[in-house]
Every structure is written in C-alpha cells, then in structure tokens.
Design a protein around this ligand. Structure first.
Ligand code: OAD
Length: 254
C-alpha cells in the first residue's frame, strides 16, 4: 500500500475546489495505448501526430478512418480501471470537483464520472465533416457507406479535436474557470506536450493551487508540482482516495 504524504492529504481534505486533468496514461492500465506509445501491428509505421490532423484527413480520409476504427475497437474491449473508479470516489469527497480529460475514450463516463469536460472530444461520436452536425451511426464506420453523411454525402469524421483545431468553446471556458479557482490541481497520466491543455496546470499553480502530478515518469511540468506521485494512476489514485477517506474527508455523495 502506497503511503501518501500528510501535507497532501491535508490540502485535499481542506480543499473546496479541486480540478483533475487526465491524459492517456490513466487508460494505459485498461489496455488502451497512450497517445505517444509506439503504435503496434499495421499502424507501427505511422505516428499519431501524422494521422490526427485535418491535413491527413483531407489527404487520405480512408486511412484516417481505418486508424480510428482500430482505436475504437481497442476502446470497445477496454474496461475502466481502478484509477477511473478512484476519480468517481474523489468527486464524492470534494464539493467543487471538476474532471477535465484529454482522452477521447469515454472510460471516465463508463466508470460513473459525470459532467466530464471532454477537451479533445469523444471517439464514440461522429459528425459531418462539412456541416459539423452530429450523426447517429446506423452502419458500421468500417465501410465506405458508413463513413458518409446521410444528409449531404460528405465524409463523416470522429467528433474529436485534431492537431491545429480549436478546443470546443464551452469545454475551454469551463476548464479554465475551474483551473483558476482550484485549491488543488491533479495532473494525471499526461505528458504535457499539447497546449492549451498543458496550460491548465500552469494557470492553477499561478493562481495559488497546490499541483499534484500522478505519473510513473517525470514530465516537463514536474517542477510545477508540489507533490509527485510516481506510479501508475491505477495504484496511486485509489491510495489517495483511501487516505482521504481514512482522514475523515469523505462526505456524503452529492
Ligand atoms: P501521452 O502519450 O503524450 O502521455 C501519456 C503520459 O502518461 C506519459 O507521461 C506517461 O508517462 C504516462 N503514463 C503511462 N502509463 C501511466 C499510468 N499507468 N498511470 C499514469 N500515467 C501513465 O498522452 P497525453 O498526455 O494524453 O491530443 O497526450 C495529450 C494529447 O496529445 C492527447 O489528447 C492528444 C495528443 O495530441 C489530440 O489528439 C489533440
């Protein structure tokens, strides 16, 4: 059992507002590869940064769709892990808890988290690439007909944010407001390579929040953190919520 620093538990137990930002590391223990992990099999020759772009889609929509179909398959087989579940518990312990995720896999919601701010969209949704309207998929998006908009015939695309695209306005504004008012900011399983998500911790820290990083490896932002929990989220987060509960901080579920 991991021992949590007393100071950290005191800060969390006394916090009114806590924001957690997750990256693909939290889903690693569910079997979903992290964003920058080497791709496997057929996809080993491609870098995700070269597929998740509007340019790649314009050049070769079928290739980009095939990659998303593969990723959707991985996610469909995955189950939320102890890290996702611990964040559901944390939301019950802290009155002003906000969960922001860069992940598109929907595993937080499947674990039971509510009001999740999806910074980069969700791979489970599909929209028209021309009109941006969300489309209910009636055919598998593995063949050509299932990848075309039933209204206008344009290519459909996953409702995710690609490199170079804007973050959805509501997600951006809500996440920045939450970061700014945070007493504690948790950075979980993210490598801090992509802005504006990475600026959330900087903003929180500048506004006086205590930053906690949960990651088995150091990141370019580790120096922002008051506490480094060097280990997998599926171990560190349950240890954190257990310590919080033992400290008597658990409140009735909201
Ligand atoms: P990365 O793949 O860049 O980073 C994953 C991080 O998770 C690394 O720092 C790992 O050390 C850490 N990690 C690995 N296993 C872990 C575990 N079990 N528990 C905790 N941490 C673990 O992925 P992201 O930071 O999520 O955006 O990438 C952020 C964004 O970059 C993605 O949302 C995506 C990409 O660009 C877009 O597609 C717009």
């Amino acid at each position: 059992m991991e021992v949590m620093p007393h100071g950290l538990i005191r800060r969390l137990a006394g916090a009114r507002y806590v924001t957690a930002l997750t990256g693909s590391g939290i889903s690693a223990e569910s079997g979903v590869p992290t964003f920058r992990d080497a791709q496997t099999g057929l996809w080993a020759q491609y870098k995700p940064e070269d597929l998740a772009t509007p340019e790649a889609f314009a050049r070769d929509p079928e290739l980009v769709w095939d990659w998303y179909a593969w990723r959707r398959g991985l996610i469909a087989q995955a189950q939320p892990n102890a890290g996702h579940h611990a964040l559901v518990v944390l939301a019950h312990c802290i009155p002003g808890f906000t969960l922001v995720t860069q992940n598109v896999d929907g595993l937080h919601q499947r674990a039971g988290s509510t009001d999740v701010i999806e910074f980069h969209g969700n791979i489970g949704r599909t929209r028209c690439s021309r009109e941006s309207l969300l489309v209910e998929e009636t055919m598998p998006a593995t063949d050509d007909a299932g990848r075309r908009c039933p209204r206008c015939g344009a290519w459909l695309r996953p409702d995710v944010v690609w490199f170079g695209e804007a973050i959805p306005t509501t997600a951006l504004e809500t996440a920045f407001a939450a970061a700014k008012r945070s007493d504690v900011f948790l950075s979980i399983g993210t490598s801090w390579q992509v802005y504006p998500a990475a600026s959330l911790a900087e903003l929180a820290q500048a506004a006086g929040a205590c930053v906690i990083e949960v990651n088995p490896r150091p990141t370019p932002h580790s120096h922002f953190a008051s506490y480094l929990l060097n280990g997998p989220a599926g171990v560190m987060l349950p240890a954190l919520t257990s310590a919080l509960t033992r400290a008597g901080a658990a409140r009735e579920p909201r």
